[in-house]
Design a protein around this ligand. Structure first.
Ligand SMILES: *Cc1c(COP(=O)(O)O)cnc(C)c1O
Length: 403
């Protein structure tokens, strides 16, 4: 017998459908130069400090006296101490090294952590959302409550009307690129304490924050250590999507003994992140490393700025892109000369997929339909700042021309 819960998963057809449409178009128009503003992966190479650390670690592996096999289950001390110092103590947050669990990235940890909780827990997620949270909890057979994030509420989710046990929050947000201020995040910490609920805080885009009042960690909010687990990733911070390294903070002050249970779970099912990846991660905390990854983030954020300005100028309603590499763009009203393929109702703009098709066919630009991230994403597309300046500029010029 299979786990029936897996049959409840919706087909993850978003990126396959995008690829299918792009390939079909390419087949018909082999000479079309298609630019993607939908890239969900970083494109710039690793920082020189990281490369140097990788070479050095590789050389250590070649000699019996410095060779390393299985590492400590929570990660090497050198990395956990660098994390505590740079990501927390430097911001006045008191996190201890044994509250840090080094991982192979935030996808697995945000997906797996729910294993520690009862199947009876009611889970709240934002809509639109990073699909991992929904799918992992669906596999476990949990009830899921959606918290709409719309232009009307400024993409700030409202508290659930009833009790929920777990809330997934991701800020800066993928896909909307929006953030929460400290006050807005405090509302959630207060709710969690009051309701004895747990917050899973995904801080994968923390390094992209430019604004002063946007918290980098939920632990900047008083009381959060009693109610929140926080996930970090070096993927977007330092281009580690192919290296694989991240970490999760599981405070000992939580009302449930999750620090102990997560240690037990990880030591049973996970044999650690490679020594090379951990040395590579350590290198981003050196003065050169910090400066180099900052420069790459600035490069992407310059794309985000160009996109925001140009699209706003063209008359688009654009959200995000200030503290995140994502822009959430409202689709325009259908062009009067194109028949509206949406029969039912009166859409305020084109549907996400109509706009996707229009962009692909007329501008040869690929975006990501917002509806792929949840029902509330209908009428939006997500654009990413992970391209090159050249491709981004070219794509914007083309959109302007075809409008
Ligand atoms: C990219 C991303 C991650 C990071 O995943 P890794 O497994 O660390 O590469 C986590 N959460 C969100 C919302 C993301 O977009």
């Amino acid at each position: 017998m299979i786990n029936e819960n897996f049959l409840k998963l919706s087909e993850s057809y978003l990126f396959t459908e995008i690829a299918r449409k792009v390939n079909a178009y390419k087949e018909e128009h082999p000479r079309a130069d298609i630019i993607s503003l939908g890239i969900g992966d970083v494109t710039q190479p690793l920082a020189p400090a990281v490369i140097e650390a990788l070479h050095k670690a590789t050389d250590e592996m070649a000699i019996a006296t410095t060779f390393r096999g299985y590492g400590p289950e929570r990660g090497y001390d050198f990395l956990r101490e660098a994390i505590v110092q740079n990501d927390f103590q430097a911001r006045g947050i008191d996190i201890e090294a044994d509250e840090v669990f080094v991982s192979d990235g935030a996808k697995s940890d945000t997906g797996n952590f729910q294993e520690l909780l009862s199947a009876e827990c009611v889970v709240a997620v934002t809509d639109p959302v990073y699909p991992v949270y929904i799918d992992a909890n669906t596999m476990a057979g949990r009830e899921i409550v959606k918290l709409p994030c719309t232009a009307e509420n400024g993409f700030v989710p409202e508290l659930p009307t009833g009790h929920v046990d777990v809330i997934y929050l991701c800020y800066p947000n993928n896909p909307t690129g929006t953030t929460l201020t400290k006050e807005q995040l405090k509302v959630w910490v207060d709710y969690a304490i009051r309701e004895n609920a747990l917050i899973f805080y995904d801080a994968a885009y923390e390094a992209y924050i430019q604004s002063e009042d946007v918290p980098h960690s939920i632990y900047e909010i008083p009381g959060a250590k009693q109610c929140a687990v926080e996930f970090h990733s070096y993927s977007k911070t330092a281009g580690f999507t192919g290296i694989r390294c991240g970490y999760t903070i599981v405070p000992k002050a939580l009302s449930l003994p999750l620090n102990k249970l997560w240690n037990r779970r990880q030591s049973t099912k996970f044999n650690g992140t490679s020594y090379l990846a951990q040395r590579a991660a350590e290198a981003i905390y050196t003065p050169e490393g910090k400066q180099q990854i900052k420069a790459t983030i600035a490069y992407y954020m310059e794309n985000a700025r160009m996109m925001r300005e140009a699209l706003t100028e063209m008359g688009f309603k654009v959200y995000g892109g200030i503290d995140a590499p994502y822009l959430w763009v409202q689709t325009p009203k259908p062009h009067p000369l194109t028949p509206s393929p949406v029969g039912e109702g009166e859409p305020s703009g084109m549907s996400s997929w109509e706009f996707f098709d229009w962009m692909l066919h007329s501008a040869h630009v690929v975006c990501t339909p917002g509806v792929g991230f949840g029902a509330q994403g209908e009428g939006y597309v997500r654009l990413t700042a992970f391209g090159t300046h050249e491709a981004t500029t070219k794509a914007l010029k083309r959109i302007e021309k075809v409008l």
